[in-house]
Ligand binder design. Sequence first.
Ligand code: ADP
Length: 356
Amino acid sequence: MTILSDNGVFNNNKGSQSKKNPIIKPENIEYDKTFENSIRPKTFESYIGQSALKETLKITIEAAKLREKPLDHMLFYGPPGLGKTTIAGVIAANMGVDIKITSAPALERPRDIIGILMSLKGGEILFIDEIHRLNKVAEEILYPAMEDFTLDMTTGKSQTAKTLRVPLPKFTLIGATTKAGELSGPLRDRFGIIHRLEFYTTEELAKVIERTAEILDIKITKDGAIAIAKRSRGTPRIANRLIKRVSDFALVKYNGTIDENIANESLDMLKIDEFGLDTTDRALLSLIIDKYDGGPVGIETIAAALSEDVRTIEDVCEPYLLQAGLLQRTPRGRKVSPEGYRHLGQKLPSEQTKLF
Ligand code: ADP
């Protein structure tokens, strides 16, 4: 695996960061690349969950091999940490080809994208993370590359300008994004397979945790794995971070196997509640309830009040709060749901005693 750029792929330090809770937000983690890579599944068997995606991919790979053709371009979308980069690596391994990994913010100048495209070998996979952030020029260079495997280069100026068509080897582009809606129509249309990655179930995350524990030689009971899984916000990256944190706790305080009690006690200490919400998530819900009567309130207002950037709120906090049914998105802004009120132990406005 060739990593062309760390920018955005392993070091997702986008925007301002929460100093309050540096533990579980994927965006806030200075990734230990060796750690992430050492536990990254390399086969379909070890890639847990996402069964619909895996079935589709296995057939697509089989067909591409039979036809001796490269795979269709693919777009994977969904919140960070759900396994988009990992599945791209699994696909490459199954095809027996190399994968080059980069991210859109690292492709600012035309020569960045041209350089990468020209360095590709036949059949290779090019993985572009955060593909919704590609600039217009890079996108225009990509269109003929994706469609006809050519680079259209212009030489000379105005009337004397000539377009040169440079052939490229047949490659597969895999794009990943947290925001499929922000991709331009023409770019989206050039992907043969578009797939949304789903949040993982507790059982699936428990398997991720048990697998990671085995690789890291951490002892954990089934109930311990389930306890951590329940608080991992449906996200393998978070599950992997939490098992590491809990194992530190178990080592120092108990010198033993992680069971349900140790897991719960350490996660309480890390201020991660039984829904997996941390202090920022709870602050977000409390803010809407206390200051805006439960909403609706605009995302910019929420972000400013929490001193977070809008992207962190939209990409990291919100998807899980929406999925967990604690927050609702309305045309006029975000609203806390009745479940959200209950989760924080707050009374719904309709339940509050009206004094006047
Ligand atoms: P994304 O690209 O969607 O942000 P990654 O592919 O980098 O997420 O995955 C984050 C981490 O979670 C990786 O270190 C990987 O080990 C783990 N992971 C992701 N998906 C799975 C899975 N399906 N099974 C096991 N581990 C996974």
